[in-house]
Ligand binder design. Structure first.
Ligand code: NOJ
Ligand code: CA
Length: 559
């Protein structure tokens, strides 16, 4: 093996100076995202539930995560997978009771796992008592002021107030039936709340306290960059505001400066608990605006979606890492490769890399074609996903893992149209939607739903799920699951402070050093590259005498 000389460069002088060991668990926590309806079904009705989660606490413990985040489990008609909430302070009876919630949280806490719940403050469902009241109360009634009602255009208000579009396609306005229209950024079943209304503000304070009092450790804030809106006339035409990412807070609907007043208010509530409650914002904003959501007087953390959107290229990863690490100087950063809104990582990385279309787009086109074109190479995708999670878990900051990523699950592309649940699929012909990453998890190679429950699940699982089942992977030392377990255990031991230094290397290699000289090295190129002399701590793939193979990451201690 050829030996290389290592030149250490520093990302940032301030950052280099700060070697203190972080005492804040959340700054480095690994959080596992549970999509409750697809995790584990305890009573055989095809829907994952809270007792199902409780039954799998030993699995979560053995995985080695610090916390779980639960996507909504609140009463809902599931017009948007539970993000259409009927009652923010209750459990959907199909998923259990508040008693089941208490039992779940105590089992998780007993296993030393913290619990984050989803707060959905941008909208309610259209079945929420407030929205029903708003519709029946009629024009001009104070009940309508909790939402965003406006007069329609035309003689009898038969046209929507403007041409703005919903994030799920189609108009962002739906008729109230009396000449007024209500605004909805997402599905028509998700009317947007008016955050200038005091009752709205007070109700969410109550919701935050309700869950914090029940022992919840933190909150994931849905659409944290929404909430405050400028719906004053004259309205800008949609084509001037369709691009929602702006560097200056000037968009009428997204990332407005005054949204942070709401979080400063919640911060007082979070900090009134001992220990203070944690929060992470789902804020798809300009990178320069992310740190503000992650600051100590706002939410404290904000998802850094840049890695989820990055293509499998060393320069993309380098850029994303630099910008996330820069966020850490004054706030925090949090890395993720996937979530319930995006095609599975092993699939994105197994489709052909294109020059002018990001992997996210390629994967969504592939989904529209039911997985027929372009051709997916699942083994390549899995190999890269293995290398990618080792990069992610070697970084300073916190990390989020979406359920099933630890199994290397691929996106299910061929779900028949008639079983699709995502409103995106029905509101637009341009997307097949997000159900392909929400198919119930396979726990065992056998059974009617591969151990998910005693009957089939709410979305059909393909036969190839058997090979990805937890029991199959537990028996295979080289499985994705065992890689995750080893990486998570080692991460605790190795990466105890925030330091990260780039190590000069050839352009197809990503190489950085972490505390104690531990190196994370990834070969994005086609040919093997030489490794420094030293001790290999963990490798995402088989190593041999030729060095570090293509699409492989190692953690090692160089001599
Ligand atoms: C973001 C959530 O992650 C997504 O699943 C949902 O559709 C929208 N917010 C609307 O609540
Ligand atoms: Ca169930």
């Amino acid at each position: 093996m050829r030996h290389t000389r290592w030149v250490t460069t520093t990302i940032d002088q301030d950052h280099q100076a700060r070697t203190a060991v972080s005492t804040d668990l959340w700054r480095t926590a690994v959080v596992y995202q549970i999509y409750p309806r697809s995790f584990a079904d305890s009573n055989g009705d095809g829907i994952g539930d809270l007792p199902g989660i409780t039954s799998r606490v030993p699995y979560l413990r053995s995985l080695g995560v610090d916390a779980v985040w639960l996507s909504p489990f609140y009463p809902s008609a599931l017009a948007d997978g539970g993000y259409d909430v009927d009652d923010h302070r209750n459990v959907d009876p199909r998923l259990g009771t508040l008693g089941d919630f208490d039992a779940m949280i105590s089992a998780l806490h007993g296993a030393d796992i913290k619990v984050i719940v989803d707060i959905v403050p941008n909208h309610t469902s259209n079945r929420h008592p407030w929205f029903r009241e708003a519709l029946t109360a009629g024009r001009g009634a104070p009940q309508r002021d909790r939402y965003l009602f406006r007069n329609g255009l035309g003689l009898r208000g038969e046209q929507p107030p403007n041409d703005w579009e919903s994030m799920f396609g189609g108009s962002a306005w739906a008729p109230a039936g009396d000449g007024q229209w209500y605004f909805h950024c997402f599905a028509a079943e998700q009317p947007d709340l008016n955050w200038e209304n005091d009752e709205v503000r007070e109700d969410f304070r109550r919701t935050v306290r309700f869950w914090a009092d029940r022992g919840v450790d933190g909150f994931r804030i849905d659409v944290a960059h929404g909430l405050r809106k400028d719906l004053s006339e004259p309205y800008l035409p949609w084509d001037e505001i369709a691009d929602i990412i702006r560097p200056d807070g000037s968009h009428p609907l997204w990332d407005r400066d005054d949204v942070h007043e709401i979080y400063a208010d919640w911060r007082r509530i979070f900090d009134s608990y001992d220990p203070p409650r944690f929060a992470v914002g789902e804020a798809s904003v300009h990178p320069a605006r992310r740190a503000r959501y992650a600051s100590a007087d706002s939410l404290g953390q904000a998802f850094n979606f840049a890695m989820q959107d990055a293509d499998w290229r060393p320069e993309d990863y380098r850029e994303v890492i630099n910008s996330g690490v820069a966020d850490m100087i004054n706030s925090t950063t949090s890395w993720l490769l996937g979530c319930h809104d995006t095609p599975r990582v092993a699939t994105r990385y197994g489709l052909p890399l294109e020059e002018d279309r990001p992997a996210q787009k390629v994967a969504r086109q592939w989904l529209l074609a039911d997985g027929a074109t372009p051709r997916l190479d699942p083994a390549l995708g899995e190999r890269r996903a293995r290398a990618a999670i080792m990069i992610l878990l070697a970084l300073p900051g916190s990390a989020y893992i979406y359920q099933g990523e630890e199994l290397g699950l691929q996106e299910v592309a061929d779900l028949p149209r008639e079983v699709l649940e995502d409103p995106m699929a029905s509101r637009t012909t341009k997307e097949k939607g997000r159900d392909g990453c929400r198919v119930p998890l396979p726990w065992s190679a056998d059974g009617p739903s591969y151990g998910f429950g005693q009957h089939v699940g709410h979305l059909p699982q393909p036969e190839w799920f058997a090979a990805y089942a937890v029991d199959v992977q537990e028996a295979d030392p080289g499985s994705m699951l065992n890689l995750y377990r080893r990486a998570l255990a080692l991460r605790r031991e190795l990466f105890v402070s925030d330091d990260l230094h780039w190590v000069e290397s050839e352009s197809s290699v990503l190489h950085f050093a972490r505390p104690g000289g531990v190196r994370c090295i990834t070969n994005f190129g086609a040919a093997p590259v030489a490794l420094p002399v030293g001790e290999i701590l963990l490798s995402s793939g088989q190593l041999d005498q030729s060095g570090l193979p293509s699409d492989t990451t190692v953690w090692m201690r160089a001599r």
